[in-house]
Design a protein around this ligand. Structure first.
Ligand SMILES: Cc1cc2nc3c(=O)[nH]c(=O)nc-3n(C[C@H](O)[C@H](O)[C@H](O)COP(=O)(O)OP(=O)(O)OC[C@H]3O[C@@H](n4cnc5c(N)ncnc54)[C@H](O)[C@@H]3O)c2cc1C
Length: 415
């Protein structure tokens, strides 16, 4: 029977970063996934490493905004009507956590993780030889109305308090950075501290190669075969059963498939999101991610061309794709920026695994000796993967953690 010090289930950016951080501490580690490394949610995202993020996206604040979503007019959000009864209790919790005081609390509780996001990535990129995928030129958020910009003020105040750099720009200022943007917006905010990746998949794969170079083993297997064996755990892999005293669940949106049969029911919701690629139009170069806040989409240069990603869709994780947001947002995008032709013939769909309080769960699984959780990274799994990996590794190794892990404990949902 093969044995390791730890098994990491799920080889997205979160699981791969954890495996690498454990291997760096001299542990023998197996990274198990049913598919290839980094090929799911960690592939299809917008590629931003958001060290400057303060407020999480909240429930629509105004009645008008809620009505636009309700009547399926909004380009930033969509929902499947048949799914609403199932997601109602999650949405109520999400709405409660979106109150001004709660959002502020969340921003403060998440800050220690975000503060380590870029430094931890930079270390891993250097060690894995993947720094060439990293652009350190920030991102720009566009506001089409003065009201939209005014709503941002509390967040900017907090950013100042956190010591984050940003620059408020008028359309000319934004166009000095990105001359291809048409001035259909009133204000912009440039956040120089954000870094972006030209290929998130390649970065996760580079971290996995570094893990292998340190002696880590990557195996194919179904995490749902996990069961207790003796004092520890056993999972079936293509190479046979594998035993370990410690198992880390990093299955992203699929975590409930494993945890619920173990009796651990956490309120994970899914904000689904889509992407499409377009050829880069030579007359309209783009050098960094740009977010059209009111319209709820992001465009960013990737190796495949310009990647266009959508906002949230509230639907069952595995429901058929319904990429209607593209129809709603394309007219707004085309007035802002001149896209080239489609560069792919398939629309990608992924699911952001979200807890209603927009905090991940990082730490021990309650009542399950030897089981650890690193799930629910919502809009920021790419951002927070390496910092999460370090935190879990420090907790497992009994080292002083770089931040207080208590705000990320699963127990907050069980009391
Ligand atoms: C449209 C969109 C845009 C986004 N943009 C950003 C962004 O710019 N910046 C950012 O930080 N985040 C972004 N995110 C969020 C980010 O992509 C996710 O939070 C992150 O990828 C989650 O990583 P993960 O490792 O937890 O999950 P995943 O990458 O989904 O990895 C989970 C792994 O578990 C494996 N798995 C599942 N079930 C099983 C099983 N039964 N057995 C074995 N293996 C299994 C899967 O194959 C997968 O490899 C975005 C998300 C979306 C959808």
């Amino acid at each position: 029977m093969a044995r390791t010090d730890a098994i990491v289930l799920g080889a997205g950016i979160v699981g791969t970063s954890i495996a690498l951080q454990l291997a760096k501490r001299g542990m023998s580690v197996a990274l198990v996934d049913r598919g290839g490394v980094g090929e799911e949610t960690s592939y299809g995202n917008s590629g931003a490493i958001e060290g400057s993020t303060t407020y999480p996206p909240g429930f629509p604040a105004s009645l008008t905004a809620s009505m636009r979503v309700a009547f399926k007019q909004a380009s930033d959000a969509n929902y499947h009507i048949g799914f609403l009864p199932k997601v109602a209790s999650w949405l109520l919790k999400f709405r409660a956590a979106s109150r001004a005081d709660r959002i502020l609390e969340t921003a403060r509780l998440n800050r220690p993780l975000f503060a380590r996001a870029i430094p931890e990535h930079e270390i891993l990129m250097l060690e894995s030889g993947s720094s060439r995928y990293m652009r350190k030129n920030g991102w720009i958020k566009l506001y089409r109305s003065e009201e939209g910009f005014a709503a941002l003020q509390p967040e900017l105040r907090l950013a100042r308090e956190f010591g984050l750099s940003f620059e408020v720009l008028d359309p000319d200022g934004a166009r000095a950075l990105e001359p291809s943007l048409n001035p259909v917006f009133k204000r912009a905010v440039f956040w120089p501290g954000v870094i972006s990746l030209s290929n998130p998949l390649a970065v996760t794969q580079a971290y996995a190669m570094r893990f292998s170079a340190l002696g880590g083993v990557t195996l194919k297997g179904d995490a749902r075969t996990l069961h207790r064996a003796g004092n520890g755990w056993r999972v079936d892999t293509d190479e046979g059963p594998l035993d370990s005293p410690e198992v880390i669940v990093a299955l992203g949106p699929w975590a409930p498939d494993l945890l619920e049969p173990l009796g651990l029911k956490l309120p994970m919701g899914f904000k689904r999101g889509y992407h499409r690629h377009y050829k880069t139009n030579n007359s309209a170069p783009l050098s960094r991610p740009v977010i059209d806040v009111a319209a709820g989409y992001l465009i960013t240069p990737m190796e495949q061309g310009i990647r266009l990603t959508t906002g949230a869709e509230f639907a069952a994780r595995d429901a058929a794709p319904s990429p209607v947001q593209f129809d709603r947002l394309m007219p707004r995008l085309r007035e802002l920026y001149s896209l080239g032709e489609r560069a792919d013939d398939k629309t990608w769909l992924g699911a952001r695994p979200c807890f209603p309080d927009s905090r991940p769960v990082i730490g021990r699984a309650p009542g399950q000796k030897g089981l650890w959780l690193a799930i629910g990274h919502a809009h920021w799994g790419l951002t927070l993967g390496p910092a999460t990996g370090r935190l879990i590794a420090e907790m497992m190794a009994g080292e002083p953690p770089f931040c207080d892990p208590q705000p990320y404990a699963a127990e907050r949902f069980l009391s």
